[in-house]
Design a protein around this ligand. Structure first.
Ligand SMILES: Nc1ncnc2c1ncn2[C@@H]1O[C@H](COP(=O)(O)OP(=O)(O)O)[C@@H](O)[C@H]1O
Ligand SMILES: [Mg+2]
Length: 432
């Protein structure tokens, strides 16, 4: 535990008391980041904590880590580590408080290999105890009952250097059929996000054979993504910079080669590695997925921070959207439900499933509905322009702005309308 003690000295000074708060914090959802390939062993005393750790261990953020959850608390841990080497991280739940807990941990410390971190889950919200634990090299103290997200955020803070550049959010866009406008929505939303927030966004076009990102931004891009995927271990920030094509101040594209004379064998692992490198250097990564189903497409969807499913209002789209949605809900229990975009609605003379029925069948509300507008979308597409550039007043432009803000978890970035009543309304909490 001695190394851990050194690591914690700085942390200790800046530790706000709020960190010993109990319960799940909704806002922390966005903060939990993937945990590296470490071994984690937990020794719980309460069934509830064991269940929470079990749920967390099945979360996408912990897929790389090896987690095992045992019962028996500190006593079992001491017995176990007398015989076996300690893992990268030990999680100990103790029902004791104060000196009794410290004595248990001192005993455990005798068997801890240097470099092993310890996280303690306790049942008393006591800042003095917290400080005492940190002094002894404990990396974090969480007060039960804990929620899976809170737990994962605690771990994520241990393994993601707070001084390092923030790890980017990854959004995946997939169509529930081909040609429903998923790429169009991915490009417009990403572009507008980069414009409104003035922050860097990269669009990774994973439709290697037919991707349209280059065309949509009127670029003749370096076709970098295939190179990155074929030798992901070579990808670093310098190479990434060379492989990206800059479209505007804040938007770059990782473009598809769009050549048919080569075979594209993408492995889930190489996808994972490439996305990891990109998200280390940019705050927002939008992944434009083709409408296909393969192990790597599934993996990208499962690992993304958010998923946007675009569907046109017909039966095949409904069925496919339902299948994707169910798969994601099943495998991502701690994540937000995917966003549904109903695109190409209200097309003249085409029978369609009404929005309400579509939503009812899926059990979610559409995050946006975009009408079919062949003139607007056709022209933008032929010009290599975004809808906003062509017609900022179009309803679709407003929809893309709202969608971008929704994905970034921000309120509308336009200046607030001021009314004489605003301060009073605010006081009365009648405005958001
Ligand atoms: N709301 C819409 N109205 C009219 N045309 C649209 C709309 N959304 C997308 N399109 C057009 O549909 C075509 C297919 O879009 P694309 O984004 O490539 O689909 P996908 O990526 O789902 O295969 C493009 O030509 C695009 O301009
Ligand atoms: Mg597409």
């Amino acid at each position: 535990m001695s190394n851990a003690a050194e690591n914690m000295t700085a942390h200790q000074d800046t530790m706000p008391d709020a960190q010993v708060d109990t319960g799940a914090d909704e806002a922390s959802t966005a903060n939990a980041r993937p945990i590296p390939r470490i071994s984690i062993q937990a020794f719980c005393e309460g069934q509830q904590t064991a269940e929470v750790l079990q749920v967390a261990s099945e979360d996408r953020r912990l897929t790389k880590a090896h987690v095992s959850v045992h019962m028996g608390g500190p006593t079992a841990a001491v017995t176990h580590y007398q015989e076996s080497p300690t893992p990268n991280l030990i999680i100990i739940e103790s029902m004791q408080s104060g000196d009794a807990m410290l004595a248990q941990l001192d005993q455990l410390a005798e068997y801890c290999d240097p470099g092993t971190k310890v996280v303690v889950i306790g049942h008393t919200n006591d800042v003095l105890l917290y400080r005492e634990l940190l002094k002894r090299g404990v990396s974090e103290y969480l007060v039960a009952p804990i929620a899976p997200m809170q737990f994962m955020e605690g771990l994520s803070n241990l393994y993601n250097d707070p001084d390092a550049a923030p790890v980017g959010h990854v959004y995946s866009f997939i169509g529930s059929k081909g040609g429903v406008g998923s790429s169009t929505i991915c490009h417009n939303t990403s572009w507008i996000l980069s414009e409104l927030l003035k922050t860097d966004v990269v669009i990774a076009d994973l439709d290697l054979a037919f991707g349209t990102t280059g065309l949509d931004f009127n670029q003749d891009p370096i076709q970098g993504i295939a190179e990155a995927l074929s030798t992901p271990e070579r990808l670093d920030e310098v190479l990434l910079d060379r492989l990206l094509t800059k479209c505007s101040d804040h938007l770059s594209i990782f473009a598809a080669p769009v050549m048919l004379d080569r075979d594209y064998e993408i492995s889930p692992d190489s996808c994972d590695m490439v996305i990891d490198v990109v998200r280390q250097s940019v705050p927002y990564v939008a992944i434009d997925l083709p409408h296909t189903w393969s192990p790597w497409v599934k993996q990208v969807l499962l690992q993304s921070d958010e998923v946007v499913i675009t569907a046109a209002p017909d039966l095949a789209n409904l069925r496919n959207a339902k299948n994707i949605l169910e798969l994601l809900k099943q495998s991502r229990k701690n994540d937000a439900t995917p966003h549904l975009i109903l695109n190409m609605s209200a097309m003249a003379k085409r029978p369609e499933i009404p929005q309400a029925d579509f939503e009812a069948a899926l059990g979610i509300e559409a995050s946006a509905v975009i009408d079919f507008d062949s003139e607007l979308f056709g022209q933008a597409s032929n010009n290599g322009q975004m809808i906003e550039e062509l017609n900022a007043k179009a309803k679709a432009s407003q929809t893309f702005r709202e969608l971008a803000m929704l994905l970034a978890h921000r309120k509308e970035a336009k200046p607030e309308k001021t009314s004489g009543l605003a301060p009073i309304l605010q006081k009365l909490k009648l405005t958001r």
